[in-house]
Design a protein around this ligand. Structure first.
Ligand SMILES: [Zn+2]
Length: 269
């Protein structure tokens, strides 16, 4: 079985015009996950640019309700539906995973926007809303666990995603302030994909709006004892130099392989 492969499709924060919004592909145990789907049809563009067939996506993991993480869900699903329709095939089976409170909010927003995906996919689209911390078996022997983290709105059930497959554990923070539950979930992981909103120079602002600094990401990686830390959700360079993010995280994570992900980057390299 090939080792899990991560493709960073979109690595930008909500207001970064130089990167696509959050969307990370994980191919593992013969199946395909998308961790968040920000950026409208940009998700499909990024999949095609990275030579991944959008029809192969089997699991979409939504960390929380904000549009820079879920705005591409309807365009992705409708692209998949019509790509199958063109060949007279049924739409492929897709599972969408989110904590119950996040899923309810996202589904209400989609219904208000007259979303078609639930209708056209029918039973081939499954919304899976596991209890926090429950381990969900997915196809191919991989497991997915959603762990509550600390983001906005208060009580909104933002979640980190933990994928275990083929002896490799990949942890995706979604958006969060520093959060002990995330560190517990990431204990000994091979890769921690952690959001970053800036450096400690703006810690007060970033924590107030539910985000983390590069130092926070580095500390989380070091406390959890992960092998590698990939920062994503990067602000535009007019706010902070990428090199400063990297240097600050590395100072707080000795012994951890730390990198700043880029759109199109693949892990392991
Ligand atoms: Zn975000």
């Amino acid at each position: 079985m090939p080792r899990p492969r991560v493709v960073f499709l979109g690595t930008g924060g909500a207001l970064n015009p130089e990167r696509y919004q959050a969307s990370i592909l994980v191919q593992a145990a013969g199946t395909t996950f998308l961790l968040d789907v920000g950026g409208g049809l940009g998700v499909v563009r990024r999949l095609l640019a990275c030579e991944v067939d959008p029809l192969g996506v089997r699991h979409v993991v939504l960390s929380h309700r904000h549009l820079d993480h879920v705005g591409g869900l309807e365009p992705l699903l409708m692209y998949m539906f019509y790509a199958a329709y063109r060949t007279e095939a049924p739409p492929p089976p897709v599972s969408v995973h989110a904590l119950p409170g996040s899923a309810a909010a996202i589904r209400a927003a989609l219904a208000a926007a007259d979303s078609s995906a639930d209708r056209v996919f029918g039973e081939r689209l499954a919304w899976r809303t596991p209890a926090p911390g429950a381990v969900t078996a997915v196809d191919g022997g991989a497991t997915l666990t959603l762990v509550p983290v600390d983001h906005l709105p208060p009580g909104g059930e933002a979640g980190a995603g933990v994928i275990s497959a083929d002896g490799v554990r990949i942890v995706y923070s979604g958006d969060t302030r520093p959060c002990d539950a995330l560190i517990d979930a990431a204990r000994g992981a091979d890769l921690l994909i952690h959001e970053v909103g800036g450096t400690d120079a703006r810690a007060e602002l970033l924590h107030r709006v539910g985000h983390s600094t590069a130092a926070d990401a580095g500390r989380a990686a070091a406390r959890a004892g992960v092998r590698a830390l990939a920062m994503f959700h990067t602000p535009a360079p007019v706010w902070v130099a990428p090199g400063d993010l990297l240097a600050e995280a590395r100072r707080h994570a000795p012994g951890v392989e730390v990198f700043l992900s880029e759109d199109g980057m693949v892990w392991p390299v």
